[in-house]
Design a protein around this ligand. Structure first.
Ligand SMILES: NC(=O)c1ccc[n+]([C@@H]2O[C@H](COP(=O)([O-])OP(=O)(O)OC[C@H]3O[C@@H](n4cnc5c(N)ncnc54)[C@H](O)[C@@H]3O)[C@@H](O)[C@H]2O)c1
Ligand SMILES: [Zn+2]
Length: 351
């Protein structure tokens, strides 16, 4: 088992290994004296793991209650959140009790936001069960729900008191969901870690899961510690994301996030090479890595129309766009350009 301590305003540990779900109670007891744990999860994750987690908490003398909502991004909204508040109130959760977020990024973001706001904030533990949630959404303390106007528009920074990344949970994760995590893992390699990138490019992600998950978490840890509230270095994590979000939005969220980010990384790397500010090897390396997992790197879509969505992207500051480019594999940097230059620049990457 590996352990990473995240030194944010409120430090916490992330444990990464096998067989952790069945020991949830023991690990929770080390960090909390709570009387009651409210497990929040979705229907698919509940069917696999809820009994095991609740039984483990009970063995340590904790009272438990569970709230299960339908899986999928559509649940990450206020109506579900209100149900969660209702559930917490009915079960008389107090400020000294605990929320356990058991599931992917949707559960983590929603249960985390409930924890950030219920009674002005109570403790929560993240048990991420998707590859993406383990390496990305469960680290960094961002919690949110979507509104009809867009994703993650209402949220809060609220750090968990503990994160348990059980690699065994990934054995039930569908391949297509796994690929979303691969997109983000490739991103981490490109911006910070050439060794990780080469391991991923070789197609051996699953054979080295403990290494990959630990390395990705450690990269996010370092970035988040330097920039907890997302005002500077954390922007590096947006490599591939401006175009990725535009594609995701344009496709009506039919192509999932990590795959859109993959396409975004390919497009922006090619654009940089075409514009003479990037190495073509970076582009070919991104494409090779994506191909190794049978992930898309170019789409037959109207990028011009898709990119118009970027102009309202929240990463745009005044009339500038901060675009993340790659100096060499393992080294991302922020390249600032005029907002009006971004679309013509990015379109160089799709010809
Ligand atoms: N907070 C952050 O910093 C941050 C970062 C990145 C993404 N996110 C958010 O994360 C969300 C996406 O997360 P996600 O990709 O984990 O999606 P998700 O939570 O919707 O999970 C994907 C699917 O996998 C199922 N699932 C989860 N674990 C499983 C398992 N072990 N076995 C079988 N099925 C399982 C879920 O029921 C769901 O159907 C988005 O809402 C995104 O905005 C947040
Ligand atoms: Zn992402």
């Amino acid at each position: 088992m590996n352990q990473i301590t995240v030194n944010t305003s409120r430090p916490y540990d992330i444990l990464i290994g096998e067989g952790l779900l069945g020991r949830t109670g023991e690990y929770v007891r080390r960090v909390s004296k709570c009387r009651k744990a409210a497990v929040i999860t979705d229907d698919i994750v509940a069917s696999y793991y809820l009994d095991e987690v609740e039984a483990s908490l009970k063995r340590e003398g904790l009272e438990t209650c569970a709230h299960v909502f339908p899986n999928g991004e559509a649940s990450k909204r206020h109506a579900t959140l209100l149900d969660v508040y209702e559930f917490l109130t009915q079960n008389q959760l107090t400020r000294s009790d605990l929320i356990v977020a058991l599931g992917g990024g949707v559960v983590g973001d929603l249960a985390g936001f409930a924890a950030a706001t219920y009674l002005r904030g109570i403790d929560f533990v993240q048990i991420p069960t998707t590859f993406l949630a383990q390496i990305d959404s469960s680290v960094g303390g961002k919690t949110a729900v979507d509104t009809p106007h867009g994703k993650n528009l209402v949220g809060a920074f609220h750090q968990p008191i503990l994160v348990l990344c059980d690699l065994d949970a990934l054995s039930t994760l569908p391949e297509e969901n796994f690929k979303d995590g691969v997109g983000e893992a490739i991103k981490y390699g490109m911006i910070k870690d050439a060794r990780l990138f080469e391991l991923l490019r070789s197609g051996a992600c699953k054979e080295h899961l403990l290494d990959v998950v630990t390395t990705c978490i450690d990269i996010k840890r370092a970035v988040v510690e330097n920039d907890e509230l997302d005002r500077g270095e954390r922007m590096l994590l947006n490599f591939g994301h401006t175009v990725g979000h535009a594609v995701e939005n344009y496709m009506g969220y039919q192509l999932t996030h990590g795959k859109c980010v993959g396409v975004g990384m390919a497009v922006i790397s090619k654009a940089a090479a075409e514009a003479g500010i990037g190495d073509r090897e970076v582009y070919t390396a991104v494409v090779e890595a994506l191909k190794a997992y049978d992930m898309p790197y170019a789409l037959d879509i109207d990028y011009d129309a898709a990119l118009n969505a970027c102009l309202s992207d929240k990463k745009r500051d005044k009339d500038e766009i901060r675009c993340i480019l790659i100096r060499k594999i393992g080294e991302g940097y922020v390249y600032t350009m005029k907002a009006s230059d971004f679309k013509p620049f990015a379109l160089k990457g799709v010809k």
